[in-house]
Write a protein that binds this ligand. Sequence first.
Ligand SMILES: Cc1ncc(COP(=O)(O)O)c(C=O)c1O
Length: 419
Amino acid sequence: MDTAIMDLNQEILEKYKNYYNPSLARLLKFSGYATIETKGEGVYIIDHLGNKFLDCHGGFGVFAAGHCHPKIIEAVKKQLEMLPLSAKVFLNKPLAELAEMLAKITPGNLQYSFFCNSGAEAVEGALKLARLYTKKTKIISALGAFHGKTMGSLSVSGRELYKKPFEPLIPDFIQVPFADLENLEKAIDEKTAAVILEPIQGEGGIIFPPQNYLSEVRKLCTDKKILLIIDEIQTGLGRTGKMFACEHFQIAPDIMLLGKALGGGVMPIGAFIGTKEVWQPFFEAPLIHTSTFGGSELACIAGLEALKVIQEENLPQNAKEQGNYLLTKLKEIKEKYPQIIAEARGLGLMIGVEMVKEGYAGGVIFEMARQKVIGAYTLNMPKVIRFEPPLIIKKEEIDFALDVFEKSISKVQKQFIKN
Ligand SMILES: Cc1ncc(COP(=O)(O)O)c(C=O)c1O
């Protein structure tokens, strides 16, 4: 191999070691990803050696429209040369248009948007708005949840490993088991402002509530006059086969959170969208919650174009069809390897394969990487390998991923299971 190319790899690893984080460099090397990401193209990421990896991880849901979608890139390039960031004193056309589009496509009476730069920031803003609107302090979230790693979003998230070192977190934030209506009802009191939930827990291990759970939570929140915040940062914008996962459960929240796919895989952007009623405190004090970079022309143009692509290319439908096919095949593989795989579950292209033991997941992901398919485990349940590829994926690409996955499972079985 060309020594200059190998030297480049070594040089970047050294920089990680000396200036970024040596443990992370080791971790990436160990997971089979110690080359340099160089180009994104549809469902593929190409490294500096020219290796083409099929992306079945999809950047935790960021790359719904694929990598470097030409229409999104084109729109962003055009805006980049005109005015990338907002001066914040004029009217911002892409921001107004994106807010209007979100009001049109989101369920129920969701109407007003605030734009920020990440999912966690959207969570922070929604929690602040809930306290402001209700004048109450308590927020209830679910165990196993993942809403981000800033102090507020971490306070409503579920894994002790990430939370414990930062305690005390925000007071009056409590957690109840996911999909447990009785305990949720018991936890609600006169101090409660809101309940925040993912419709399907992503980082928690692709966990589904029973079909009627969310509609019962909706009813409970309405009856008790508390807000329901639904986090669609990972599930939203087509991933589960519908534009929003809460549509599978026929509910509309008071505040919805978006991020990841909203940037079209090109720009970072987060958003929270609320009803006119809930937005009242922001009408009275429009500068009470602000962000310097949030709602930039560049990010909003990416958002607008991403939504157009998702609609025009009918990506929710493709997610539904390809997801059904992928899940059916993964269930067949599960039947062949019951000592390694405990369960395959999913909706659309949000699929998790739970291993019998946590140790197996690492081995499978490493083997998949060696065979050029990108996989990853879910952050709060590392024994679940996620399949969240770009929603543009085709059947042939899924077949390739399935072939590699089965070979990887078989290899891990030979390694771990003595006959
Ligand atoms: C459901 C959910 N909410 C919030 C977040 C946080 O988003 P970000 O990493 O952009 O802050 C994530 C990230 O994985 C997520 O999956």
